[in-house]
Design a binder for this molecule. Structure first.
Ligand code: ADP
Ligand code: ZN
Length: 666
């Protein structure tokens, strides 16, 4: 009799499919890829060990379709990774097939056969040309404590102030793991950070260190994936997609900058790489280390409840004090084109002293929007509830939400035609760059954002130029500040923090405090104490004052009390249900209906539906509804029930998604 096997496909369907294998065929193992007929197409599927969800094929065994071919001799994913995918699928309410296909490199999704390469065992010869890592006393203390718990599952947090030398500590611990012929996975939030971090590891270690991130070519991804699996790589430094890499002998996971929001995927399979990594470590019974100067509130809470063990690095490695912070009241010292009088004077002084200045601004482009002074026209996007940003260099108006772009021509924007009086409102990196060039014509200004740094080569080039003293003023967005170490920067200017202070998102303050601390931390890291200037219209915000006076730790203590009183995460668990439709009422009704159907359960609460912050986006109206519970299990159960309920309904052109543990609510 034919064998029945369960297969998942890379399609948005939540259950597995039954197929039969030819008579006499040996049972296929889970993790093997096969080709199967599906409707009129042939698709690649992965064999799983048990049925996932209720199979829709209630057909008689003998009517089952046969698989077309078997691609792999041996499973491409072992049981542990298959289990991790199953867990992720249940937790994030995303179809198992799509989770697994996200977890493998693109070429494998397309059916590329893996060549079995002869394994060259790498020899770990100690290369005497590499310097030993010498930790300071504080680092060493943490190292010796962590070293004792490296043989089993443990979650550690290293809370180390900016410049305290977390990276060197990671290197030292990794060296220890590698000496046992095991592998280390290091997850970092940004591609930008991988080349730098690799360089720092290579300075000390004579190991095979590889990068894994989205800008690798497809064949490079497959190569790294295979090397990892075969044990030819000792350390992987990668972005969130590396959380699913197969390893031969993984014995440690490190998640650097664990608070960083880019660790969470914001579309499709909305997983958080840190949380997946913790589950992976638990399943594999290996340790995990999270590192940050500004831990997320979730992680702080996990330390309090003793789920995680916390270690602290309180001193900067180069012994400079944390920078002096000065707050400018923008209501009094009104910034002109983003620069207040005090900030301008300070920049001048640093330039005279031949020091480097770093200016942070949250937005790229020239101005938020354009207006016409004559007719009150404003550059609103026609497809979204948002303004189109003006980019001066490329002379375009660009909607950062739907991507719509149009060429700037002042005579064609509004009814005034040739008589228009177009002015920019608000500012972005381009405008600040222009302002500084006007103010300090002899200084060398460099703008760093996703418009100027389009690839890794440019980033490396920029960092070299910045560190060899060829740039005086660095202006940039997030990209400029994340994790970088610029030894010569002595003044940091934060152009404004106000949008974060009064954000509708309950995490707004947490994010602003992390940003201020991280950006400030770029100042005076090596030789002398640095300075930070923050411009704001709300200089007396109590929690920000707490942050500036007593640091992130005291700030977070106080802010956590507010979260607790409001029963918001980490004191409750939430999921966000989003729905969009072409007609305004459709998505709203869709969510109302779900709420009405499920609201009689006291274990969960519904909030909304309410219009999404950008309610109209690319011509679709988006509404959202928050589901919250004091118990994670109840939240997951409800999310699952809602999902099943939606799947049974007819959707009139409604797109929907469930985001478990969302981080961007607004
Ligand atoms: P963090 O990531 O904690 O903000 P870094 O890891 O960037 O800090 O360390 C700050 C600076 O101190 C870097 O220039 C780093 O190379 C240096 N440093 C830290 N620890 C050591 C060490 N043990 N030996 C040599 N240099 C170190
Ligand atoms: Zn738009």
């Amino acid at each position: 009799m034919a064998n029945i096997i369960n297969i998942v496909l890379d399609i948005p369907i939540y259950h597995s499919f039954d197929y039969s294998t030819p008579v006499g065929f040996k049972k296929l193992q889970a993790g093997v890829r096969v080709e199967v007929p599906f409707g009129k197409r042939k698709l690649i599927g992965i064999v799983i060990s048990k049925k996932d969800g209720a199979s829709l094929d209630n057909k008689n065994k003998f009517d089952l379709k046969k698989i077309a071919s078997v691609i792999d001799e041996k499973p491409i994913l072992d049981k542990k990774i298959m289990d991790l995918c199953q867990w992720s699928s249940n937790y994030y309410q995303y179809p198992l097939g799509q989770v697994i296909f996200t977890a493998i490199p693109p070429l494998l999704r397309k059916g590329r056969v893996i060549k079995t390469i002869k394994q060259e065992k790498s020899n770990h010869i100690i290369d005497s040309s590499k310097p030993p890592i010498i930790l300071n006393q504080e680092q060493n203390l943490v190292f010796s404590k962590i070293k004792k718990g490296l043989n089993k599952f443990n979650s550690y947090l290293i809370e180390g102030i900016t410049g305290s030398g977390k990276t060197e500590l990671y290197i030292k611990i990794s060296e220890f793991i590698i000496s046992k012929r095991a592998q280390v996975l290091i997850i970092v939030p940004e591609i930008n950070l991988t080349p730098q971090t690799i360089k720092r590891f290579e300075k000390y270690l004579n190991s095979n260190i590889g990068a894994y991130h989205s800008s690798l070519t497809e064949s490079k991804k497959l190569e790294m994936w295979s090397k990892c699996k075969n044990g030819e790589i000792d350390i992987i430094i990668g972005t969130r997609s590396s959380s699913f890499l197969p390893f031969n002998n993984l014995k440690l996971i490190i998640v650097d900058e664990e608070h960083d929001n880019s660790l969470k995927q914001q579309e499709k399979f909305r997983y958080h790489a840190r949380d997946i990594a913790i589950v992976r470590a638990m399943k594999n019974n290996i340790p995990i280390i999270l590192g940050s100067a500004t831990p997320s509130f979730e992680t702080i809470q996990n330390c309090k409840t003793k789920k995680f063990v916390k270690f602290e690095l309180k001193k900067r490695f180069h012994k400079t004090d944390l920078p002096k912070i000065m707050v400018i009241n923008s209501n009094i010292d009104e910034p002109i084109d983003g620069i207040s009088n005090e900030l301008r004077k300070n920049i001048q002084k640093e330039l005279e002293n031949k020091k480097q200045i770093l200016l942070f601004i949250g937005r790229r482009g020239y101005s938020n929007a354009l207006i016409c002074k004559n007719c009150d026209w404003i550059s609103k996007c026609t497809k979204c509830d948002s303004y189109m940003t003006y980019h001066n260099i490329s002379k375009t108006l660009w909607c950062h939400y739907c991507g719509f772009r149009k060429r700037f021509d002042s005579t064609k924007l509004c009814q005034c035609k040739n008589n228009s009086n177009i002015l920019p409102v608000g500012y972005g990196t381009e405008k600040i760059e222009k302002k500084l060039n006007d103010l300090f014509p002899s200084s060398r200004v460099m703008r760093i954002d996703s418009d100027t740094i389009t690839n890794n080569k440019k980033l490396i080039e920029f960092i070299e130029n910045a560190n060899s003293g060829q740039i005086d003023i660095l202006i940039g967005t997030q990209m400029l500040v994340k994790g970088h170490d610029f030894p010569n920067v002595s003044l940091v200017g934060i152009i404004d923090i106000d949008s974060g202070l009064y954000s509708l998102d309950f995490r707004g303050l947490e994010k602003t405090a992390q940003l201020i601390t991280q950006v400030s931390g770029r100042s005076g890291r090596h030789q002398t104490q640095g300075k930070v200037i923050i411009q704001t219209r709300k200089p007396n915000h109590p929690l920000i004052l707490e942050l500036l006076k007593n640091g992130y730790k005291n700030f977070s203590e106080k802010a956590l009390i507010e979260r607790k009183e409001a029963l918001l995460p980490p004191f409750s668990y939430i999921a966000l249900l989003r729905a969009s439709s072409l007609k305004k009422n459709d998505s709203q009704n869709f969510l109302e209906n779900i709420k009405n159907y499920f609201k009689n359960d006291n274990n969960v609460k519904f909030l909304g539906p309410a219009p999404a912050p950008i309610a109209k986006r690319n011509n679709r109206y988006t509404f959202q509804m928050m589901i919250s519970s004091l118990n994670r299990k109840f939240l997951l159960l409800k999310s699952h029930q809602i999902r099943e309920y939606i799947l049974k309904r007819k959707l009139n052109n409604i797109k929907w998604s469930i985001d478990v543990d969302p981080i961007d609510l607004y």
